[in-house]
Design a protein around this ligand. Structure first.
Ligand code: ATP
Ligand code: MG
Length: 425
């Protein structure tokens, strides 16, 4: 029989990598907590209309990338391709945006039907941050500063750079779009195929093209910055002033646009050169119009999402994995003969006395030699051995597995104190 395999682009997270994921997730939760952000959890599946309305009908995400199904009741539902839409929906539905500010974060799987490649999956994971009810550049800066702190904590600050831009208002963008289309239409033959298609659907996205020929043509194009309303210019200038004062380096990238329609005003990306083409590890911006667009009251908002797989890859390629990050056992328990019940009871006592001890019972039995071999493979630093001779004298043999030290015999009641000492050394 042929075996059933995972769907393309949907990875298993194996035990050998989960300690690194947990370390990354804990680091993010720690930094966010220090800035007053609280976790929110909302469903992975939502009504398809939510994403169409929030992200925009002619975006790549909605046009080509959504996992959309009809449920048994013939309602169209979609696996979330991003978190902001569901977060806004949940906040509105639960009255979290009424006359109050919110600093929130979430994490979990997102789904996009893309061509799987390095750094691009069909089920991937994001950690998202959203701040509601605050209109000023200070909150944009806060999110940039806290992400910078996170990169510093993770040891990758020097591997990422911050790019920022300002998209103005939807009205200003519409004017600019016209001017851009007029210009690009005069050189349409020289554009890459994707950009030719986007000229009619989503022309601003052409600014983001990676195609060298198209990029060269963009030098002669009208500049979005020349279309910015005064209010956005000021916001952008103030944001830059705050970042300068805080000592956070950035570059203004006038071609930076985002793939989701709800963004306006400030946008930004944290980019690395260490991961090849898929180098954006965190991206976001303001979306002041989205809450109203989804039926709520006008609510200023700013947020971002980081790609967890890309961050894990970045930690791995830069070697920024602290030595303590592993879930190997500290000790294994080798049991000979019929003494498993006694060993299990003793192990429970040790776990009571030493809550930080990682103690694994060596399953499967066998001779002492055979069990020691397996203990060695486990990467634990010590082995506890209980057989008939030891049981009769109510003691254990404690053996170092990694250092050439004499094994010792220890009374049951003394074991905790001894391994405590050995593991600290
Ligand atoms: P890209 O330009 O890389 O396609 P995007 O604009 O589609 O990104 P966002 O929707 O802003 O991405 O998502 C934020 C972050 O989530 C990205 O910067 C990236 O780190 C991660 N991400 C997005 N799509 C994927 C994917 N298919 N697989 C893995 N990570 C992804
Ligand atoms: Mg994309």
């Amino acid at each position: 029989m042929t075996k059933i395999q995972a769907l393309r682009g949907m990875n298993d997270l194996l035990p050998s990598e989960s300690a690194l994921w947990q370390y990354l997730e804990a680091s993010v939760a720690d930094v966010l907590g220090r800035y007053g952000y609280r976790e929110i959890r909302f469903p992975i599946v939502e009504s398809t209309d939510l994403f169409k309305r929030a992200i925009g009908e002619v975006t790549d995400v909605v046009e080509k990338e959504m996992y959309t199904f009809n449920d048994r009741n013939d309602e169209s539902i979609t696996l979330r391709p991003e978190g902001t839409a569901g977060c806004v929906r949940a906040c509105e539905e639960n009255g979290l945006l009424y006359n109050q500010t919110q600093r929130l974060w979430y994490q979990g799987p997102m789904f996009r039907y893309e061509k799987p490649q390095k750094g691009r999956l069909r089920q991937f994971h994001q950690i998202g941050i959203e701040a509601f009810g605050m209109a000023g550049p200070d909150i944009d800066a806060e999110i940039l500063l806290l992400t910078a702190r996170l990169w510093r904590d993770l040891g990758v600050l020097s591997n990422v750079r911050l790019e920022i831009n300002n998209l103005g208002t939807p009205e200003a963008r519409a004017q600019y779009r016209e001017a851009l289309v007029v210009y690009l239409s005069t050189v349409i033959d020289q554009l890459d195929a994707d950009s030719q298609r986007r000229l009619t659907t989503n022309p601003l996205r052409i600014l983001d093209s990676k195609h060298p020929g198209t990029r060269a043509l963009l030098h002669g194009a009208p500049k979005l910055a020349d279309y910015l309303p005064e209010q956005n210019r000021q916001h952008f200038a103030q944001l830059q002033a705050i970042l300068v004062q805080a000592g956070l380096a950035f570059t203004v990238n006038p071609y930076l646009v985002r793939g989701l329609d709800y963004y306006s005003d400030t946008v930004f990306e944290w980019v690395t050169d260490d991961l090849g083409a898929q180098g954006t590890v965190c991206a976001g911006g303001r979306y002041d119009g989205l809450v109203a667009q989804l039926g709520g009251r006008m609510t200023p908002a700013v947020g971002c999402a980081m790609g967890v797989e890309r961050l894990v890859l970045l930690l791995q390629t830069t070697g920024q994995i602290p030595a303590g990050i592993n879930d190997d056992a500290d000790a294994v328990f080798i049991v000979l003969g019929d003494y498993m019940p006694a060993a299990l009871a003793l192990a429970e006592t040790l776990r009571d006395e030493m809550p930080l001890l990682r103690l694994t019972m060596l399953a499967g039995g066998g001779s002492l030699k055979n069990q020691l071999k397996r203990a060695d493979k486990s990467l634990a630093s010590i082995a506890l051995i209980l057989g008939e001779a030891e049981f009769n004298r109510q003691l254990l043999v404690v053996k170092h597995l990694r250092e050439p030290l004499e094994q010792v015999e220890v009374a049951f009641s003394e074991v905790a104190a001894l391994i405590d000492q050995w593991l600290i050394e």
